[in-house]
Design a protein around this ligand. Sequence first.
Ligand SMILES: *Cc1c(COP(=O)(O)O)cnc(C)c1O
Length: 454
Amino acid sequence: MAPASAVYQRTWLVELVRQELDRARQRLRPSGGVPRQGGNAPSAGEVAQAVASELESLTRVAPTPVINATGVIIHTNLGRAPLSRAATQAAVQAAQGYTNLELDLDNGRRGSRQAHLQALLRQLTGAEAALVVNNNAAAVLLGLCALAAGKEVIVSRGEAVEIGGGFRIPDVLSQSGATLVDVGTTNRTYVRDYERAITANTGAFLKAHASNFRVEGFTAAVESKELVELGKQRGIPVLHDVGSGCLLPTEKYGLAHEPTPQEGITAGVGLVFFSGDKLLGGPQAGIVVGQRELVQRLERHPLARAVRIDKLSLASLTATLLHYLKGEAETEIPIWRMISTPADQVRRRARNWSRRLGGNTTVAQCQSAIGGGSLPGETLPSWALVIPTPTRRGDGPEAVLEQLRRCHPPVVARIEADRVLLDPRTVLPEEDAPLLRAVGAVLEGHNDTAGRSS
Ligand SMILES: *Cc1c(COP(=O)(O)O)cnc(C)c1O
């Protein structure tokens, strides 16, 4: 391997050495007359070693692939939906060379980057028009800016929600220049609540899906259809942030019903907003479908340019939507393959892992979660590999989780009832070998240290 000084900028290396020396001084400097950690100054070799390891970590491409053995299918911290093979290929192709992103190949003139995707989205959702932007948060913000700035937007108190990562409906509304008018109560809102709040300056009714919590018991929410009726009489559009963008019926898999964009369109909603990388199973994107006149106002708004989608996401989103149009979403889109895998099949895979690993690994029943702001609290019956936890002090399940995270590639597992579980449902088929290597190494480490300490 070439020395670091032949590869990286000299000024950067010097800066890293300085930082390392500063850290060493900090460790040695007395605080209140007592040396912090005592000991001698590090040797030149030790400093070089520390800098080399810092350099190694800084120059690794990030994000780096990890194996998701948590059983949480749409895991926000792990990058939400993994892409299908076709969607991955589409992104790679768009990345490698030039594309007809904004060139109409028929007439050689400037074209729209949206045109192709718009046709597919119209077909899939039944909407008149569609628009795709960077993510759903941007889509909702753009929608409110274009349609409701300077106006009042009526929202149910049960739907003035926080999605996470700072996305709160009241804040997005104020950012857009609209005024929030909240109606009803946390648990119950009726059409008459919306009706009473209408003024000459009402710009829209906004519905937002409670994607990450559930209100149970004495509750009532207004269906889109009822709101559309009222909106028609008074000339007020209904905007619906459905969150996850689920195009398939979740009931089929024993899950609760997740509102779909198609239902919104059928109900006559003006605009439906959803994400590309939740239950749609594609890349990060924000999708708007609905009435042509409204979509055009979004397209013409200056913010549209600031939140536009890039060519890689555009290509992989197109490939993802084609899976739905070909009726192969369940087999080709990873998250739908995971959702539709029967528990028995997951159990066979967990048993196979346990057999191959030996040791004291076992198999136990568990639940996989949908996660990622979709179907809150909904789980699928599943099975997991259980890794025995060494009983020595300081080596509990948390330590095992850490050892797994330090593997190459890192393996992310979960703890349940003090046991370390690895759920095969979210582990891609081609990841079996690296996963078993990682777990094998961790188990071996346990045996070694156990052997030494006895
Ligand atoms: C997830 C979610 C968002 C944010 O979508 P991103 O694509 O992450 O920007 C907005 N609204 C709802 C209801 C959501 O569930």
